[in-house]
Design a protein around this ligand. Sequence first.
Ligand SMILES: [Fe+2]
Ligand SMILES: [Fe+2]
Length: 194
Amino acid sequence: MITESTVREIRERVESTVSPKRLRHIEGVVVLCDRLCRRFCLSPVAGAAAAWGHDLAREWPEHELLAWAARDGEVLDDEQRAHPVLLHGPAAAAVLRVEYDIADPDVLSAVRHHTLGRAGMTDLEMAVYVADYCEEGRPFLTDELRAACNGGSLPRMVLAVANDLGRRGFPVAGSTREMVADLTQRLKVMEAHA
Ligand SMILES: [Fe+2]
Ligand SMILES: [Fe+2]
């Protein structure tokens, strides 16, 4: 179980190690993630641990990212090899596990996959993924995204984010494509039974 005091320790570490710009982003993610956790009946403490910790390694040099990601047995794919910055999620998850004794698989996975997503995301993973992209400080936030975050289900919010990535012309990573296919399928099933 994650305690408030563990969340405070992660917060203090982040506040004293990341740049002011990164800290503002992380604070925005904490706010939106908390809102989503309360709305969808997820643990706010688990959400806070993941939100405070998700970018703790975002400004690390590549060799540290590689070393920490390897610690949790991350098998690098082509995208991660070409862009080691993508390892900041897996590296942060390893830090939370090793240095803060966080064992909650949902929290670790939410941190690990917050950048690209994956097929089979849990509700907490979706909340952190959406909060990371849609926090109020994001300069690219659109009215559509704001509206998506204020209504509908978590899968719909995640799909709105993926849609926006496409609209902005970003190459869509393999695991993001798998996430979109999985959530589209899940929504079809949910709607067929509604
Ligand atoms: Fe990140
Ligand atoms: Fe982030």
